[in-house]
Design a binder for this molecule. Structure first.
Ligand code: PMP
Length: 400
């Protein structure tokens, strides 16, 4: 092997030695199930929280009614050239209307939105203050930007306030970056406190990534900011469409002037072929139904509550308050072993390891979904009992 490849191989060997080597799983999804290695498992690793991507009736309804002019599988270029199909404008107008704001702008993915917007807003006069646990896409964008950046302790408003007091007067723009529900821990940002702090600094912008709350939280499913009644206080609200919305892409909700700025400066918006219009048409179909899906949202909350209660009975540390529930393990190899055991018992749960989470904090992560049946939930709780607390295998949902 040429030395240049041998070096790559040895870095992979090092990952393997610590249980952190990633490989692509061979798995087929069908509804809420996943088929791998000849086994059918309940898919508890997907972000299809409401079961919309798995909903064949909804898909068939869409295919029956989609206007032929929207059934287009390539946009052919960037929206700034010839790719601005009318369905994108329609979808953005629908989003802006739902949020009661001036405008919305679509992106090809949440990764594009986060890297592109944070980088575009971070010029040499900007200080970016980001929560320690924000998603990799935000970190990558902040690093790409030309401003100064610091991270504050996770969900710690005192630490953020200290940094603001120390630093804010030196910069013309401050960008405060948080998620509403954290993807790896399932806990929630102190949004009201962040809004109050932001108000003390007129040159600060509050950026909230609602990737794991859009569709799920709030009376119309618009996210945690809607639930808390603070939509008007958020300068940039990001929703991703490949999770609860069962589609693909992402959007930002913002003022018109901000949208115009982003259209001119966000490189992953400017220099990429727009999403296939049929994807935007499908998103629009889902979006029109989303406000009325409170039964699915309620079901997800009920399932989450029952899992949290069971973890409490099993004395499994549980910092999550949502439908994303990490099961702490620590060691990566042990996390992989337990994930395999859960898979063997019919639940597709994966180990989350560094670099996704800090060293020594490997975990299993349950991504709960609204389309689980009661029997499936009972079986899941029994399985968790057997795996995390061998004496407690008898504890199941039926105890609750
Ligand atoms: N933000 C957060 C918090 C995420 O968890 C993710 C993806 N897991 C993204 C953004 C990226 O979204 P997308 O998958 O649409 O690129």
């Amino acid at each position: 092997m040429r030395p240049i490849y041998a070096e790559l191989q040895s870095s992979l060997d090092a990952l393997s030695a610590t249980g952190n080597l990633r490989t692509l799983p061979h798995a087929a999804q069908e509804g809420r199930y996943l088929y791998a290695e000849g086994q059918r498992m309940l898919n508890l690793s997907s972000n299809d929280y409401l079961g919309l991507a798995a909903d064949t009736a909804l898909r068939e309804d869409f295919l029956r009614h989609v206007p032929p002019h929207d059934l287009v599988f390539s946009s052919g270029s960037s929206r700034l050239l010839t790719g601005n199909h009318p369905v994108f404008d329609e979808l953005e107008a629908a989003l802006a209307r739902l949020y009661g704001t001036e405008s919305a702008l679509l992106f090809n993915s949440g990764y594009d939105a986060n890297t592109g917007i944070t980088a575009a807003l971070s010029d040499p006069g900007t200080l970016v203050l980001a929560d320690k646990l924000v998603h990799a896409s935000l970190i990558d964008g902040i690093r790409l930007g030309r401003g100064t950046w610091k991270r504050f302790r996770h969900n710690d408003l005192d630490d953020l306030e200290r940094l603001l007091k120390q630093e804010a007067h030196r910069y013309k723009r401050i960008l405060l970056v948080v998620e509403s529900i954290y993807s790896m821990d399932g806990d929630m940002a102190p949004l009201e406190g962040l809004v109050a702090l932001r108000r003390q600094y007129p040159h600060a912008l509050l950026y909230v990534d609602e990737a794991h709350a859009f569709g799920i939280r709030g009376p119309q499913g618009l996210g945690l900011c809607e639930e808390k009644g603070i939509l008007a206080d958020i300068d940039l609200l990001i929703g991703t469409l490949g999770k609860a919305a069962g589609s693909a892409g992402a959007f930002v909700i913002c003022r018109r002037v901000m949208r115009d700025y982003l259209v001119n400066h966000v490189r992953p918006f400017i220099f990429t072929t727009a999403l296939p219009p049929v994807v935007a048409a499908w998103t629009l179909c889902v979006l029109r139904r989303l406000p009325a899906m409170s039964a699915r949202r309620l079901r997800l909350q009920t399932i989450a509550r029952r899992v949290h209660e069971a973890l409490g009975r099993l004395s499994i540390p549980d910092k999550s308050a949502t439908h994303i529930i990490p099961l702490p393990v620590g060691d990566s190899a042990e996390a992989v072993r337990r994930a395999h055991e859960m898979q063997r018992q019919g639940f597709y749960v994966r180990a989350i390891r560094p670099p996704t989470v800090p060293l020594g904090t490997s975990r299993l992560r349950l991504s709960l979904r609204a389309d689980l049946s009661d029997d499936e939930l009972d079986a899941l709780l029994a399985s968790l009992g057997s795996l995390f607390h061998p004496d407690a295998a008898r504890i199941s949902a039926t105890d609750s």
